[in-house]
Design a binder for this molecule. Structure first.
Ligand code: ATP
Ligand code: MG
Length: 197
């Protein structure tokens, strides 16, 4: 399961658990994306923080683990590289790439799209507020993609960051250890001058 995980939240964890059960997967490997190389509209938290929060959130589930392949590879993260690296690490594995239905559209615009389908079966998780464009699945071989409806959990990382910046709680939206990590390392606080009384 690929994602920025900035921070990881219960929407991600429920989606992973549902897909694991649905396909009877041996394990779900969470793969935090590398650091964006271009200036984006917002600053993404350091890869190490996102990695550690993902480890904390998944530690108690024996079927969940976290991979560093994308954060240890220099440059932007492309799904094709993620899948090639995972195949090299787990030879012979049948891979399922789990992502949000919203993200699927972007993945398949890449020129390697044909090879992507050879490397993995794609699972698109639908979530509240994100409708799948009817044309999205037109060019995709039907036997290589499955859309899975995840129980309505209207949680997003964006909302968790905004809540933290506003001083609102994120308890129960993210795992307890992640709440404590965010507070310990002062993540997602608004950038404002300190020291004025
Ligand atoms: P952001 O708000 O920063 O975009 P996000 O909540 O979408 O964060 P990502 O790290 O981008 O989190 O998510 C990784 C994948 O998990 C995405 O493809 C996303 O669609 C999916 N996802 C995120 N939240 C949910 C949810 N509540 N239910 C199901 N899937 C989700
Ligand atoms: Mg997102």
């Amino acid at each position: 399961m690929g994602g920025t995980f900035d921070p990881i939240h219960h929407g991600h964890l429920v989606a992973a658990s549902e897909v694991q059960a649905w396909f009877d997967l041996d394990e779900v490997v969470f793969v935090p994306t590398g650091q964006p190389w271009q200036k984006t509209e917002r600053e993404v938290s350091p890869a190490e923080d996102r990695y550690l929060m993902t480890v904390i959130a998944t530690a108690s589930n024996p079927r969940f683990r976290v991979s560093r392949v994308d954060i240890d590879r220099a440059g932007p993260t492309y799904t094709i590289d993620t899948l090639r690296d995972l195949h090299a690490q787990i030879p012979g594995a049948e891979l399922f790439f789990i992502t949000g239905a919203d993200a699927l559209g972007n993945i398949f615009t890449w020129r390697d799209a044909g090879e992507l389908f050879d490397l993995a079966h794609f699972v698109g998780c639908t979530r509240p507020g994100y409708d799948v464009a009817p044309t999205l699945l037109d060019n995709i071989p039907g036997d290589r993609v499955t859309m899975v409806e995840i129980p309505a959990l209207a949680i997003s990382s964006t909302d968790c960051r905004h809540r933290t910046a506003a001083g609102d709680p994120v308890w129960y939206l993210v795992p307890d250890g992640v709440v404590q990590y965010i507070s310990k390392y002062d993540l997602y606080l608004p950038h404002q001058p300190v020291g004025t009384l």
